[in-house]
Design a binder for this molecule. Structure first.
Ligand code: BGC
Length: 772
């Protein structure tokens, strides 16, 4: 699966003589419950070309367009090239070898009867050669523009290498940090998640499908995957329609409205119907209600999973159910390729149904300009992949993603005049773990924290000590081809103790200790769920022993999920959540630690005290004996049920005041809107960023409504003493929700609370009423 790009670059230079043809027909639609996706609507020209092609295609060629095949050395048919020439493969996945992809494209375009180009898909999730912070980190920036730009760099690098389709953005709402794939999404909130979804679609695809140097995006995994029971990856999901529509489906709708060209169905059962065979999801909601014009691809082998789930009885039944539900492209299982002709022959599926399945696949290929410009100019790979602008952006993105969780007595930023630093922890010197998961062969291993500190402080004595290794107890099935898997035998308890003692003696000799603790790359992501959120291995012991030395300590957490840092939050004066920051990790961490960048990130998830609190999210309903009532402070008798750090929380090296909340009116008619404003002032010592957040609460209605819901945010940069006014609109889009009681979208004539502040606990309050 993982073939070095560099090896391949020098060969096979091909320059297409044809020009790109761009049909700029589609304006970006606004996002709202009742808007319709305008930018993927089939234009007459595209439709006509699709119909002309369909008329010429044999049944086998049509089925070929629905067949996505592995280009790696597993799950691959031996006769791939022959199948391409026969038009029986529509797309490939799992190869980043530009020469192989180029060869396949030439076969498809020059040797197949109808010259239909191939799509080449790959998981370009947070970078390609240049690695950007993992998606949850990018969400912590609360800065959609920075994420859009990162994904457009990723698209450019991938496209230059022959990949024209990415399996991102992943927009699954995750409210349970035990679930390993929390790292791949934007966290717990549908509003923030929708903003990040739109940004990524724009970043990957550009203003419209077919923009040069961009790729086809895939919004995934439709839908509800993040609510796997117990946070166990792949497990069943039970979500009522109210949670689906008001929360889990929201970012998908945002991506569809932003013009995403493809959508991936999820692995798991949703309310006992596998998502990959779920007609309600893939047809009723996606096509009928939302008007999605792109194509649906299954997750890998999901058609076969329909059998594993005990839903379909065999491959024939699985193919029948997948296509009947609304699947277009079958990823890697080849079941549609094997079964559909027979189903047509015996009349269970009609040719018209096959045509319906094929149409959006052809339409996307046409819109992407692939018929006119199928090839990649391989001579450009080197310059695109070494463009320093991508690295610069990665560093900025990493700085903007980091969240300062604690900073007692201004421990941070550290002084550059420090004489010696003890750099301690298993993640301080591992570039691959600092990159995070979904690595691509050929990606740049991250600048380590040690290298970053040395770059910043060339004259300072920096000594590092690992303090014992960390590794998964049960290895990942991806360890062979994803970063983070350890091939060496595990350290013994004695070896770890020795390394901890070495770290302690180093801390004693140094002026300051910087601890870099957390999780390796393969401890989050797919197949990486946990039953606890404790620091893996003996990192807690290491942390406590270093703290006991009594010298200043800063803790940097590197991981794809929040971890149990309850002890640290009371005993370690400075804590930075760095996530997995990507290629420029060490430099960006040094920038934050030494004050060359001022942290402004905010948590996109409620940070739990322990795994026992999960699932945990701020936007819950108020129920009997609210926790805000001093008599009933907690849902648990042994500790608080509130998060350790709330959603939206993050500190800065400066301070801000947010005041003067004003509403343009306090009564409005349904359908009208009002403006909410507040002023934000930098009241501290240096320039910095504040994320101003607006939350609402509907006081009564046809159903109970959450205690708070995010409905606006803006990251604002302010010089010392500077004041800005932030404007938010509250109207039909923000006030409408799906009522379980009324089984419809409603905007109800009720009273609403509004809060504006810098966290989900914002206190600045106003109220308004929607009139009958
Ligand atoms: C994952 C998807 C991914 C696909 C292709 C699956 O295992 O769930 O997110 O896009 O593999 O690599």
């Amino acid at each position: 699966m993982r073939v070095s790009l560099l090896r391949a670059v020098t060969k096979s230079i091909y320059t297409s003589t044809l020009l790109w043809v761009f049909v700029l027909l589609f304006a970006t639609a606004s996002v709202g419950q009742e808007s319709s996706p305008a930018n993927l609507s089939n234009s007459a020209t595209v439709n006509q070309r699709v119909e002309e092609l369909l008329k010429k295609m044999t049944l086998e060629e049509k089925i070929g367009q629905l067949n996505q095949v592995s280009a790696a050395n597993f799950l691959n048919p031996p006769n791939r090239e022959e199948l391409i020439e026969k038009g029986q493969i529509g797309s490939f996945l799992w190869s980043v070898d530009p020469v192989q992809l180029d060869k396949y494209q030439h076969l498809a375009v020059e040797k197949s009867r109808l010259h239909i180009p191939l799509l080449f898909g790959y998981d370009v999730i947070h970078g390609f050669r240049t690695v950007f912070p993992v998606p949850i980190a990018m969400a912590a920036s609360w800065d959609p523009q920075v994420l859009e730009k990162a994904q457009s760099f990723a698209a450019r690098e991938a496209r230059a290498s022959g990949i024209n389709w990415t399996f991102g953005p992943m927009v699954d709402i995750a409210r349970d940090a035990r679930w390993g794939r929390i790292v791949e999404g934007a966290g717990e909130d549908p509003y923030l998640g929708s903003a990040m979804a739109r940004a990524q679609v724009r970043g990957f695809q550009g203003p419209q499908l077919g923009t040069p140097d961009h790729v086809l995006a895939t919004v995934k995994h439709f839908a509800g995957y993040g609510a796997a029971e117990g946070g166990r990856d792949y497990d069943s999901v039970y979500l009522p329609e109210t949670s689906l529509r008001n929360v889990y489906l929201q970012p998908f709708r945002a991506a569809v409205d932003a013009g995403v060209g493809s959508l991936m169905s999820a692995y798991m059962d949703l309310n006992d119907v596998p998502a990959g065979g779920n007609h309600w999801l893939l047809h009723d909601v996606l096509r009928t209600e939302w008007g999605f014009q792109g194509f649906v691809v299954t997750d890998a082998l999901t058609t076969n999973d329909l059998i594993i789930h005990g839903f379909a009885k065999d491959e024939t039944d699985a193919a029948y159910r997948a296509v009947s539900a609304g699947v277009n492209v079958d990823m890697a299982s080849r079941i549609l390729a094997g079964q559909l002709a027979g189903l047509v022959k015996n009349g269970k599926i009609t040719v018209a149904q096959i045509d319906d399945a094929v149409r959006p696949v052809l339409a996307v290929k046409i819109r992407m300009g692939l018929f006119e410009h199928p090839y990649t100019d391989l001579s450009k790979i080197g310059s695109v992949l070494s463009d320093p602008a991508a690295r610069e952006h990665s560093r900025i993105a990493a700085q903007r993603s980091m969240v300062l969780l604690r900073n007692e007595n201004h421990t941070l930023p550290l002084s550059k005049k420090v004489s010696s630093i003890a750099l301690i922890g298993p993640l301080a010197n591992d570039g691959i773990d600092l990159d995070g998961g979904w690595g691509v062969d050929g990606e740049t291993p991250a600048v380590t924290v040690e290298a970053g500190l040395r770059n910043k402080l060339p004259g300072v004595t920096i000594t590092s000590a690992r303090g014992g290794e960390i590794r998964r107890t049960i290895p990942s099935r991806f360890d062979d081809f994803l970063p983070g898997g350890k091939k060496t035998p595990p350290q013994t308890a004695e070896e770890i103790s020795k390394e901890i003692e070495e770290a302690v003696s180093l801390a004693k000799k140094s002026e300051v200790s910087v601890l870099v603790l957390g999780e390796t790359a393969n401890m989050s992501g797919e197949y990486a769920s946990r039953s606890t959120l404790e620091l893996p291995g003996r990192q807690q012991e290491l942390l406590e022993k270093i703290a006991a030395v009594g010298k200043p300590v800063a803790l940097v957490i590197v991981s794809g999920r929040p971890l149990n840092i309850s002890w640290a939050s009371a005993h370690i004066p400075a804590i930075v959540m760095a996530w997995q920051p990507g290629s420029e990790a060490g430099n960006a961490i040094a920038d934050i630690l030494f004050g060359d960048a001022n942290p402004g990130g905010k948590l996109p998830v409620s940070w739990p005290r322990s795994a026992g609190q999960e699932p945990l999210y701020y936007s819950h309903n108020v129920t009997q004996y609210p926790e805000s009532d001093p008599t009933y402070r907690s849902r648990y008798w042994e500790g608080p049920s509130t998060p350790l750090y709330p959603f939206g929380f993050g500190l800065s090296y400066t301070t801000f005041s947010i005041s003067d909340l004003r509403l343009s009116k306090t009564e409005l008619k349904a359908g009208d809107s009002l403006e909410a404003t507040a002023t934000v002032t930098n009241t501290g010592g240096i320039a910095g960023d504040e994320v101003v957040q607006l939350y609402i609460h509907q006081r009564a209605g046809s159903t109970s409504r959450p205690i708070r819901e995010l409905k606006g945010f803006e990251r604002v940069s302010l010089q010392l003493g500077e004041t800005k006014t932030v404007h938010f609109t509250l109207g039909k889009k923000e006030l409408t929700y799906w009522s379980e009681a009324r089984k419809s979208w409603v905007e109800e004539p009720e009273e609403f609370d509004v809060w504006i502040g810098n966290c989900s606990t914002a206190a600045l309050h106003a109220a308004f009423r929607v009139l009958e």
